[in-house]
Design a protein around this ligand. Structure first.
Ligand code: MF3
Ligand code: CO
Length: 270
């Protein structure tokens, strides 16, 4: 049997160290934004915080001007997706309200190397089912991160993400939906690289994971039907049934010593 050799970028130790620098910039910005997010604060103000962190750290934005879906360059440095917005919400004049579930996605470039992560933030007093949704999504992310292990296979990651969400559904006695139209990705000298990483599916398929690979793992989970649509602004992805969504993401490096979470505030090795 012939297998096409993998086209997944392999980073040197020094290149991973630079990706860690980019990842720390991302972690600092998301930390600052998480603290600042409150009722009355606009998503544009959160974008400005991220721009300041980029400038303070000599970094540039992975997102600003990005062209993915046709001809509309992305206008922000963060994505701010509120409630039924799943991902790619454009920051602007919208003021956050008490009870909002806000997902913030941010990418930074240091010396040509990218970091990409997302958090879901609780704004004020948030309904218990929305808090649970965020926790379920974050747990699924960490289940996936733990499978970014040398010698494993790519689809082990999506399988772990899905299994975690299914286990949470059974525990809570309610359905959580996994968005299937979007997923994670390889990352390094560009933000979006091979391979595409599904958040579901059978394990044991796809490329063998090797030291020096870097992956952005990013489950998107909904309280209702996981079907999504893109708004007329060409970016904002929403649930079609209006149910709330959560999004958590980290960039992780595959190393000889196990997964290294490059976008965590602390040095996290799994
Ligand atoms: N982190 C996002 C992702 O991987 C990228 C947002 S799209 C952009 O899907 F245009 F804002 F860059
Ligand atoms: Co990403």
């Amino acid at each position: 049997m012939f297998r096409r050799s993998s086209s997944i970028e392999i980073k040197s130790r020094a290149q991973l160290d630079t990706m860690r620098e980019a990842g720390l910039v991302v972690a600092r910005a998301l930390d600052a934004i998480s603290r600042a997010a409150a009722p009355g604060v606009t998503t544009g103000e959160l974008d400005a915080i991220a721009r300041d962190v980029l400038a303070d750290n000599g970094a540039t934005s992975s997102f600003l001007g990005y062209k993915a879906h046709g001809a509309v360059p992305y206008p922000g440095v963060i994505c701010a997706s509120v409630n039924d917005e799943v991902v790619h919400g454009i920051p602007g004049a919208r003021a956050l309200a008490d009870g909002d579930l806000l997902s913030v996605d941010f990418g930074a470039i240091v010396d040509g190397w990218n970091g990409d992560a997302a958090v879901t933030v609780l704004v004020g007093d948030v309904a218990a089912e929305r808090v649970a949704l965020s926790e379920v999504t974050e747990a699924a992310l960490w289940a996936g991160l733990r499978r970014a292990r040398a010698g494993g296979r790519l689809t082990d990651i999506g399988h772990a993400v899905e299994s975690s969400v299914v286990a949470s559904s059974e525990r809570d006695g309610r359905f959580y939906g996994i968005v299937e139209e979007y997923g994670g990705h390889g990352i390094g000298s560009r933000m979006h690289m091979e391979p595409h990483i599904l958040n579901y599916g059978a394990p044991g398929r796809g490329p063998v994971l090797r030291p020096g690979m870097a992956l952005a793992i990013e489950p998107m989970v909904t309280l209702g039907d996981p079907e999504v649509a893109v708004l007329d602004d060409a970016w904002t992805v929403v649930t079609t049934d209006g149910s709330a969504a959560a999004h958590w993401e980290h960039t992780v490096a595959v190393t000889e010593d196990g997964p290294w979470v490059l976008t965590a505030l602390d040095d996290v090795r799994l």
